[in-house]
Write a protein that binds this ligand. Structure first.
Ligand code: SAM
Length: 216
Protein backbone atom coordinates (compact mmCIF):
# COMPACT_ATOMS: atom_id res chain seq x y z
CA UNK A 1 0.00 0.00 0.00
CA UNK A 2 1.39 3.35 -1.02
CA UNK A 3 0.42 6.66 0.61
CA UNK A 4 1.21 9.94 -1.17
CA UNK A 5 0.55 13.00 0.98
CA UNK A 6 0.35 16.43 -0.72
CA UNK A 7 1.11 19.19 1.77
CA UNK A 8 2.88 22.47 2.21
CA UNK A 9 4.52 21.09 5.40
CA UNK A 10 6.09 17.80 4.26
CA UNK A 11 8.37 17.44 7.31
CA UNK A 12 5.48 17.47 9.80
CA UNK A 13 5.11 13.70 9.28
CA UNK A 14 8.74 12.66 9.85
CA UNK A 15 8.70 11.92 13.54
CA UNK A 16 5.37 10.10 13.73
CA UNK A 17 5.77 7.82 10.74
CA UNK A 18 9.27 6.84 11.76
CA UNK A 19 8.30 5.26 15.06
CA UNK A 20 6.57 2.08 16.18
CA UNK A 21 4.09 0.26 13.92
CA UNK A 22 4.31 2.71 11.03
CA UNK A 23 8.10 2.42 10.96
CA UNK A 24 8.04 -1.39 11.11
CA UNK A 25 5.40 -1.54 8.36
CA UNK A 26 7.60 0.62 6.13
CA UNK A 27 10.80 -1.29 6.99
CA UNK A 28 9.09 -4.54 6.04
CA UNK A 29 7.91 -3.02 2.76
CA UNK A 30 4.18 -3.50 3.44
CA UNK A 31 3.45 0.21 3.27
CA UNK A 32 5.24 3.17 1.69
CA UNK A 33 4.59 6.73 2.87
CA UNK A 34 5.71 9.76 0.83
CA UNK A 35 5.02 13.36 1.80
CA UNK A 36 5.35 15.73 -1.15
CA UNK A 37 5.87 19.49 -0.91
CA UNK A 38 3.24 21.20 -3.05
CA UNK A 39 5.75 23.98 -3.69
CA UNK A 40 7.59 21.58 -6.00
CA UNK A 41 4.69 21.98 -8.44
CA UNK A 42 4.58 25.79 -8.50
CA UNK A 43 5.87 27.69 -11.51
CA UNK A 44 6.33 31.25 -10.21
CA UNK A 45 9.59 32.44 -8.65
CA UNK A 46 8.02 32.80 -5.18
CA UNK A 47 6.68 29.22 -5.27
CA UNK A 48 3.19 30.41 -4.34
CA UNK A 49 0.85 27.66 -3.26
CA UNK A 50 -1.88 29.98 -1.97
CA UNK A 51 -3.71 33.12 -3.03
CA UNK A 52 -6.54 35.41 -1.89
CA UNK A 53 -10.06 34.14 -2.63
CA UNK A 54 -12.28 35.85 -5.21
CA UNK A 55 -15.09 37.79 -3.53
CA UNK A 56 -12.84 39.48 -1.00
CA UNK A 57 -13.07 36.97 1.85
CA UNK A 58 -10.35 37.18 4.51
CA UNK A 59 -7.38 34.78 4.50
CA UNK A 60 -5.74 32.68 1.83
CA UNK A 61 -6.66 29.45 0.13
CA UNK A 62 -4.57 26.81 -1.65
CA UNK A 63 -4.39 27.23 -5.42
CA UNK A 64 -5.75 24.56 -7.73
CA UNK A 65 -2.84 24.39 -10.25
CA UNK A 66 -0.02 23.04 -8.01
CA UNK A 67 -2.39 20.41 -6.61
CA UNK A 68 -3.52 19.21 -10.04
CA UNK A 69 0.04 19.26 -11.37
CA UNK A 70 1.12 17.14 -8.39
CA UNK A 71 -1.73 14.68 -8.96
CA UNK A 72 -0.67 14.30 -12.58
CA UNK A 73 2.99 13.81 -11.71
CA UNK A 74 2.56 11.07 -9.10
CA UNK A 75 2.99 7.43 -10.01
CA UNK A 76 -0.34 5.67 -10.47
CA UNK A 77 -0.89 2.24 -8.97
CA UNK A 78 -3.72 -0.04 -10.04
CA UNK A 79 -6.32 0.49 -7.29
CA UNK A 80 -6.00 4.12 -6.28
CA UNK A 81 -8.13 6.81 -4.62
CA UNK A 82 -7.54 10.53 -4.20
CA UNK A 83 -8.76 11.97 -0.90
CA UNK A 84 -9.22 15.65 -0.06
CA UNK A 85 -9.48 16.70 3.60
CA UNK A 86 -12.28 19.08 4.49
CA UNK A 87 -14.02 19.51 7.87
CA UNK A 88 -17.34 19.45 5.98
CA UNK A 89 -16.55 16.19 4.18
CA UNK A 90 -17.89 12.68 4.82
CA UNK A 91 -17.02 11.44 8.31
CA UNK A 92 -14.04 9.05 8.30
CA UNK A 93 -15.09 5.75 9.92
CA UNK A 94 -13.60 2.30 10.44
CA UNK A 95 -15.72 0.85 7.61
CA UNK A 96 -14.11 3.31 5.20
CA UNK A 97 -10.64 2.51 6.60
CA UNK A 98 -11.33 -1.16 5.81
CA UNK A 99 -12.31 -0.30 2.21
CA UNK A 100 -9.23 1.86 1.72
CA UNK A 101 -6.98 -0.91 3.08
CA UNK A 102 -7.89 -3.00 0.03
CA UNK A 103 -6.43 -0.40 -2.35
CA UNK A 104 -2.87 -0.13 -3.67
CA UNK A 105 -2.53 3.63 -3.30
CA UNK A 106 -4.10 6.55 -1.43
CA UNK A 107 -3.28 10.15 -2.36
CA UNK A 108 -4.10 12.49 0.52
CA UNK A 109 -4.46 16.24 -0.09
CA UNK A 110 -3.98 18.48 2.95
CA UNK A 111 -5.70 21.85 2.93
CA UNK A 112 -4.28 24.83 4.88
CA UNK A 113 -5.22 28.41 5.77
CA UNK A 114 -8.87 28.98 4.79
CA UNK A 115 -8.93 25.78 2.74
CA UNK A 116 -8.54 25.29 -1.00
CA UNK A 117 -9.95 26.41 -4.33
CA UNK A 118 -13.30 24.57 -4.63
CA UNK A 119 -12.28 23.28 -8.09
CA UNK A 120 -9.81 20.88 -6.42
CA UNK A 121 -12.89 18.75 -5.69
CA UNK A 122 -13.24 18.05 -9.44
CA UNK A 123 -10.02 16.00 -9.27
CA UNK A 124 -10.62 13.85 -6.19
CA UNK A 125 -12.57 10.68 -5.39
CA UNK A 126 -13.58 11.40 -1.79
CA UNK A 127 -13.84 14.48 0.42
CA UNK A 128 -13.21 13.37 4.01
CA UNK A 129 -13.57 14.88 7.46
CA UNK A 130 -12.01 13.25 10.53
CA UNK A 131 -14.58 14.87 12.81
CA UNK A 132 -16.89 17.84 13.38
CA UNK A 133 -14.24 20.37 14.41
CA UNK A 134 -11.79 22.58 12.53
CA UNK A 135 -8.02 22.01 12.55
CA UNK A 136 -5.44 24.32 10.99
CA UNK A 137 -4.54 21.87 8.25
CA UNK A 138 -5.10 18.46 6.72
CA UNK A 139 -1.81 17.02 8.00
CA UNK A 140 -3.20 15.48 11.22
CA UNK A 141 -6.19 14.08 9.30
CA UNK A 142 -3.72 12.56 6.80
CA UNK A 143 -1.74 10.91 9.61
CA UNK A 144 -4.95 9.57 11.09
CA UNK A 145 -6.00 8.03 7.78
CA UNK A 146 -2.51 6.62 7.12
CA UNK A 147 -2.46 4.95 10.52
CA UNK A 148 -6.09 3.74 10.55
CA UNK A 149 -5.70 2.26 7.05
CA UNK A 150 -2.06 1.16 7.37
CA UNK A 151 -2.64 -0.98 10.46
CA UNK A 152 -5.36 -2.89 8.57
CA UNK A 153 -2.99 -3.86 5.76
CA UNK A 154 -2.05 -7.52 5.88
CA UNK A 155 1.10 -8.18 7.90
CA UNK A 156 1.29 -4.79 9.63
CA UNK A 157 -0.01 -5.95 13.02
CA UNK A 158 1.73 -8.98 14.52
CA UNK A 159 -1.45 -10.26 16.15
CA UNK A 160 -4.17 -10.36 13.49
CA UNK A 161 -6.75 -11.47 16.12
CA UNK A 162 -6.56 -8.08 17.78
CA UNK A 163 -8.18 -6.64 14.64
CA UNK A 164 -11.10 -9.08 14.74
CA UNK A 165 -12.19 -8.14 18.24
CA UNK A 166 -11.38 -4.47 18.55
CA UNK A 167 -13.76 -1.54 18.79
CA UNK A 168 -15.63 -0.89 15.50
CA UNK A 169 -14.54 -4.26 14.04
CA UNK A 170 -18.33 -4.55 13.88
CA UNK A 171 -20.00 -1.20 13.24
CA UNK A 172 -21.16 0.41 16.48
CA UNK A 173 -19.55 -2.12 18.87
CA UNK A 174 -17.05 -1.31 21.60
CA UNK A 175 -14.42 -3.77 22.85
CA UNK A 176 -14.63 -5.26 26.38
CA UNK A 177 -12.40 -3.72 29.10
CA UNK A 178 -8.92 -5.20 29.70
CA UNK A 179 -6.59 -5.25 32.70
CA UNK A 180 -2.97 -6.09 33.51
CA UNK A 181 -0.92 -6.31 36.71
CA UNK A 182 -1.29 -5.35 39.57
CA UNK A 183 -4.44 -7.20 40.66
CA UNK A 184 -5.43 -4.31 42.91
CA UNK A 185 -4.43 -0.71 42.32
CA UNK A 186 -5.47 1.86 44.95
CA UNK A 187 -8.48 -0.28 45.86
CA UNK A 188 -9.54 -0.91 42.24
CA UNK A 189 -9.54 -4.67 41.67
CA UNK A 190 -9.34 -6.66 38.45
CA UNK A 191 -12.61 -8.63 37.93
CA UNK A 192 -12.10 -12.04 39.57
CA UNK A 193 -13.32 -14.00 36.54
CA UNK A 194 -10.30 -12.84 34.52
CA UNK A 195 -7.96 -14.57 36.98
CA UNK A 196 -10.06 -17.73 37.28
CA UNK A 197 -8.32 -19.59 34.45
CA UNK A 198 -11.81 -20.61 33.27
CA UNK A 199 -11.69 -19.67 29.58
CA UNK A 200 -15.38 -20.34 29.00
CA UNK A 201 -16.32 -18.02 31.85
CA UNK A 202 -13.81 -15.40 30.64
CA UNK A 203 -15.22 -15.47 27.09
CA UNK A 204 -18.78 -15.20 28.47
CA UNK A 205 -17.75 -12.23 30.65
CA UNK A 206 -16.05 -10.53 27.68
CA UNK A 207 -19.21 -11.02 25.62
CA UNK A 208 -21.36 -9.37 28.28
CA UNK A 209 -18.92 -6.46 28.45
CA UNK A 210 -18.74 -5.95 24.66
CA UNK A 211 -21.35 -3.30 24.22
CA UNK A 212 -23.17 -1.51 21.48
CA UNK A 213 -22.08 2.08 21.38
CA UNK A 214 -24.81 4.35 22.64
CA UNK A 215 -26.01 6.85 20.01
CA UNK A 216 -24.68 10.38 20.44
N1 SAM B 1 -12.32 27.57 6.11
C1 SAM B 1 -12.56 26.17 6.26
C2 SAM B 1 -13.98 25.95 6.73
O1 SAM B 1 -14.57 26.83 7.34
O2 SAM B 1 -14.49 24.81 6.50
C3 SAM B 1 -11.59 25.56 7.26
C4 SAM B 1 -10.22 25.42 6.72
S1 SAM B 1 -9.13 24.60 7.81
C5 SAM B 1 -8.55 25.91 8.83
C6 SAM B 1 -7.76 24.24 6.79
C7 SAM B 1 -7.71 22.83 6.25
O3 SAM B 1 -7.53 21.91 7.32
C8 SAM B 1 -8.95 22.31 5.55
O4 SAM B 1 -9.00 22.75 4.22
C9 SAM B 1 -8.77 20.80 5.64
O5 SAM B 1 -7.89 20.32 4.64
C10 SAM B 1 -8.09 20.66 6.99
N2 SAM B 1 -9.03 20.29 8.05
C11 SAM B 1 -9.36 21.05 9.13
N3 SAM B 1 -10.23 20.41 9.93
C12 SAM B 1 -10.45 19.20 9.37
C13 SAM B 1 -11.24 18.08 9.72
N4 SAM B 1 -12.00 18.07 10.79
N5 SAM B 1 -11.23 17.01 8.90
C14 SAM B 1 -10.47 16.99 7.79
N6 SAM B 1 -9.71 18.04 7.40
C15 SAM B 1 -9.69 19.12 8.17
Amino acid sequence: MRFDILTIFPRIFDSYINESIMKRAQDSGIIEIYSHDLRAWTTDKHHSVDDTPYGGNPGMILKVEPIVRALRALPVLHKKKIILFDPAGAQFRQARARKYAKLDQLVLICGRYEGFDERVKEYVDDVISIGPYVLSGGELPALIVVEAVGRLCEGVLGNIESLAEETYSTEGFVEYPQYTRPEIFEGHAVPKVLMSGNHKAITAWQKTKTRKQSPR
